[in-house]
Design a protein around this ligand. Sequence first.
Ligand code: SF4
Ligand code: SF4
Length: 166
Amino acid sequence: MPHVMMSRKKCTGCHMCELACSAYHEGAYRPSVARLHSDCNPTTAEVKSHTCLQTACAKCQDACPNDAIVTKRITVKPHGFFDSKEKVGESVEGFVLVVDEEKCNNCGDCYEACPYDVIHEHPDRTVAFKCDLCDGDPQCIAFCQNKYVYAMDLKVDKKDKELAAV
Ligand code: SF4
Ligand code: SF4
């Protein structure tokens, strides 16, 4: 799956990605409902990045007793710059894991299973929510535009190529 990555070395902890994410999905600048997080220690400036690895991980999908996390085909065509752009190209076909809200009963099994702490109960709706790559134009990449940073990157993993061949 194409998935977004945050460079712990480059990220300055400005939280622009979280603002862009929440604005796109929730219509508000509300980092608490962003689908990725830059966890920056104010004393040491050490950054812990929290982003979803999609089908390269899929632990939430495996854990869900209701088959509520589904694999969806997607074309990812990001605006903005990212390190692997030359390798990835202008667009990439792949898969993303999305929550089917009709099937999700908020049991929480996926919250426990996620190793990166990026799937949670939505604070306003009693369903799980996670990164869906913004319908192919990840806003975290589009808005991480400090040219000295470009801390957001797009990766394509082997699992995605296997799924594409099915
Ligand atoms: S909270 Fe929803 S998506 Fe997560 S495991 Fe339970 S039913 Fe599945
Ligand atoms: S939400 Fe968590 S468990 Fe699910 S694919 Fe992403 S990183 Fe893995």
